[in-house]
Write a protein that binds this ligand. Structure first.
Ligand code: NDP
Length: 445
């Protein structure tokens, strides 16, 4: 990195002490944009990088609620409104006990660049809470969601900031939050995405991140002269992204042989039966180990990280950040993996990315490969503004077109700046250029 970028990185570490995931996300971007700053010296003069790493606004708040035993519980809520250079803040709400400011900031920072790649006009933001929906009753989840929205509602709006789902925030949570927003604001607007189909949601939004990931990976396969037919695929996680990545990859001829949750993983060499997974995860909110009750020929192994020891051609990490480290990447490479595309946000550590790229594995980074979800959220916003609904096929076709455009931007930016084939650099550069030029046009704000 140049001296200038080094000094920005130092400030980020000093100002955001202990927020290691945020440091990691910033470093990955700064490491790849040096040639852009050399070509556009005006960016450094206008302190674009110093500004882009500092959120426009960070909101932290108390979320008190009453549990099933009548006990008062207190969680912490977050919304980081990171960058609005190209549109209203947009990004999901994560509900998971691991959530703290550093996680929300890493996700919000990534979101700026991801959203810029989608070709739609949305800025970057992220939020959430350390509340754990797992094991809670519907009433407890509703109590929490209503309390969370009672503070959040004053900071968001359909032209200001439009949150969505993420880990732990699915259709149920979005419903409870939307109801409370509507009640407090007395408006029925597209203030959240991922809404139910009867009340403003978009067809294909549920499928969008997983499908988009597979559309993006399809382009990686095509560039290598191949396709999904007969490929063995390992997908971590068994949530929203993982399930629909499996569905689309399977429909294109791949065989998904392993999936996981935070407790362990299942291997089914005959190909994972997705109906069983959907029934467990979407139907009764169960655990992946229950898969073997329905498919006794499959194998369940305790411990989720072991999934990377399962030999495969294509790995799609779709669970959480830093779920593949350098050693696990080396195991994947040793076992013959040829393609890795990230469905989760920042699932590969820097050492894992270096291992993949250093061993000729085609690597599709999260901010490009999983951008189909937020892109379709932007399509949901458009439909809400127009007060009409497109068909599943219309949305899916638009999503497919967007993922092709995302891929094309990554490859052409990488080539233009002398890093042909490096999709990490390509994604960071294409996105940074769009946001930086918009910030330049809008003055020092
Ligand atoms: P879900 O909550 O639907 O599913 C998450 C899955 O990952 C579950 O199987 C969960 O297992 C597993 N998981 C979560 N945390 C951990 C952990 N610490 N260790 C191991 N496994 C874990 O979330 P999504 O599918 O929506 O999100 C998955 C990833 O994709 C996240 O990184 C998210 O930010 C990213 N993403 C999601 C988008 C979307 O549209 N939903 C859009 C773009 C990115 P368990 O049930 O045991 O917790």
């Amino acid at each position: 990195m140049s001296q200038y970028l080094d000094s920005v990185m130092e400030t980020v570490i000093k100002r955001n002490a202990g927020e290691v995931e945020f440091h990691q996300a910033v470093k990955e971007v700064l490491e790849t944009i040096e040639p852009v700053l050399a070509k556009y010296p005006e960016f450094e003069k206008a302190k674009i990088v110093d500004r882009i790493v500092e959120p426009e606004r960070q909101i932290m708040f108390r979320v008190p609620w009453v549990d099933r035993n009548g006990e008062v519980q207190v969680n912490r809520g977050f919304r980081v409104q990171f960058n609005s250079a190209i549109g209203p803040y947009k990004g999901g709400l994560r509900l998971h006990p691991s959530v703290y400011l550093g996680i929300i900031k890493f996700l919000g920072f990534e979101q700026i660049f991801k959203n810029a790649l989608t070709t739609t006009p949305i800025g970057g933001g992220k939020g959430g809470s350390d509340f754990d929906p797992k094991g809670k009753t519907d009433l407890e989840v509703m109590n929490f969601c209503q309390s969370f929205m009672t503070e959040l509602f004053r900071h968001i709006g359909p032209d200001t900031d439009v949150p969505a789902g993420d880990i732990g925030t699915g259709a149920r949570e979005i419903g409870f939050m939307y109801g409370q927003y509507k009640r407090l604001s007395n408006t029925f607007t597209g203030v959240l995405t991922g809404k139910g189909l009867q009340w403003g949601g978009s067809l294909a939004r549920t499928e969008a991140t997983g499908y988009g990931l597979v559309y993006y990976a399809t382009r990686m396969l095509q560039d290598a002269g191949t396709d999904w037919t007969g490929k063995k695929v390992v997908i971590s996680g068994s949530g929203n992204v993982a399930i629909y990545a499996n569905q689309k990859a399977t429909s294109l001829g791949a065989k998904v042989i392993a999936m996981s949750d935070s407790n362990g993983y299942v291997v089914d060499e005959a190909g994972i039966n997705l109906d069983v997974v959907k029934e467990i995860k979407e139907g009764r909110r169960g655990r992946i180990k229950e898969y073997i009750d329905a498919v006794p020929s499959a194998q369940y192994v305790e411990g989720c990280r072991g999934i990377w020891t399962v030999p495969c051609d294509i790995a799609l990490p779709c669970a959480t950040q830093n779920e593949i480290n350098g050693d696990e990447a080396a195991t994947l490479v040793k076992n013959g993996v040829k393609f890795v595309a990230e469905g989760a946000n920042m699932p590969s550590t820097p050492e894992a990315i270096a291992t993949f790229q250093g061993n000729g594995v085609a690597f599709g980074p999260a901010k490009a490969a999983n951008s189909g979800g937020v892109a379709t959220s932007a399509l949901e916003m458009s439909q809400n503004s127009m007060r009409l609904s497109w068909t599943f096929d219309e949305v899916d076709q638009k999503l497919h077109g967007i993922m092709n455009a995302v891929y094309d931007q990554c490859t052409s930016a990488a080539e233009e700046f002398g890093m042909k084939g490096n999709l990490v650099a390509g994604a960071n550069i294409a996105a940074f250029l769009k946001v930086a030029k918009s910030m330049m046009a809008q003055g020092v704000v």
